[in-house]
Design a protein around this ligand. Structure first.
Ligand SMILES: NC(=O)c1ccc[n+]([C@@H]2O[C@H](COP(=O)([O-])OP(=O)(O)OC[C@H]3O[C@@H](n4cnc5c(N)ncnc54)[C@H](OP(=O)(O)O)[C@@H]3O)[C@@H](O)[C@H]2O)c1
Length: 275
């Protein structure tokens, strides 16, 4: 029987620079599926009505991105365990009831394995930035067995709130709010998107952290100033492209029930972002 046409997409604000449509549409074409992926710019005040409209119009599901991930968790009727623990949703299936997932943490853990051959179990991991991405990273890494998380954020109250959350999520994981020696450092701040941005941590703090591995969640530019600094200090580094790919691949599998064609999606993302 011929497969029915289906639409999925991404809801965010702003949404102009998203590479997700190219990545997913390349996967649909590769698998000869009659699906399409669209981007919808939705300001925060209209999130709920926009999601309702998309559901009623027969859209199969959406990715949710900045600034909607936390509010979207309150919209769905059923949260999968990862989304409930992280407190944010980046993938919605408009089934009955509407279900919410978070594939960012899964994407990060998969990307760390592939890019840096890093497994979180038993490790000490420092995260700079406790916004949405930092929170998802901390929860996923704690659940993946990290021994200790070092949470560093400009607004310290946010780091403190996240530390409480991690302790209730996995009481065995230690949490520190001050720099100390770690295996891996992750940049989950938005600093580095612009050329003029300073590093989120001082050189003094980096000397204390001394990580052998560094991942910047930013993927544009391909090599951030933070990556350059860490390379000079002898660390192996990776940017956020593989994380973007892996979270998207997982969303693809949730919507379609098919294995995501990773290589096609990776190639398309690189072409779309770096030309
Ligand atoms: N590769 C991927 O798949 C992926 C996925 C998600 C996010 N990301 C990237 O991760 C980054 C963070 O995203 P998000 O969703 O977590 O954003 P967010 O919720 O807005 O959080 C921004 C974070 O950056 C910090 N920050 C912003 N400006 C700063 C400054 N001038 N000095 C020090 N800290 C500053 C914030 O600290 P305060 O709390 O003090 O404001 C906060 O921790 C973005 O660059 C995003 O593109 C990548």
């Amino acid at each position: 029987m011929k497969e029915a046409k289906k639409t999925v997409g991404i809801v965010g604000h702003p949404i102009k620079h998203t590479a997700s449509p190219a990545m997913h549409n390349a996967a649909f074409r590769h698998l000869k599926m009659p699906w399409s992926y669209t981007a919808w710019d939705v300001p925060p005040a209209r999130l709920k009505s926009a999601l309702e409209r998309l559901r009623k119009s027969g859209v199969a599901g959406v990715n949710v991105t900045v600034p909607h991930k936390t509010r979207a968790a309150g919209y769905v009727k059923k949260l999968d365990p990862a989304a409930r623990k992280i407190g944010a949703v980046n993938t919605i299936v408009f089934s009955n009831p509407t279900r919410g997932f978070n594939t960012d943490g899964h994407g990060l853990v998969r990307a760390l394995g592939r890019e840096l051959r890093f497994q979180p179990r038993g490790k000490t991991i420092a995260i700079a930035g406790c916004g949405g991405a930092g929170q998802a990273a901390a929860a996923a890494l704690a659940l993946a067995g990290a021994r200790k998380l070092i949470l560093l954020n400009r607004t310290t109250s946010r780091a403190r709130a996240l530390s409480h959350r991690i302790r209730s999520l996995r009481p065995k994981a230690a949490v520190s709010l001050k720099p100390e020696k770690c295996h891996l450092l992750i940049n989950a701040t938005s600093l580095g998107l612009r050329k003029s941005d300073p590093l989120p941590l001082s050189l003094q703090e980096l000397r204390v952290l001394q990580p052998a591995l560094f991942m910047d969640m930013i993927y544009r530019p391909a090599t951030t100033a933070f990556m350059k600094t860490m390379k000079k200090q002898g660390a192996r580094t990776a940017n956020g492209l593989e994380m973007l790919l892996q979270q998207g691949a997982r969303a693809f599998e949730i919507w379609t029930g098919r294995k995501a064609p990773l290589e096609v999606m990776r190639r398309t993302l690189k072409k779309e972002i770096y030309g």
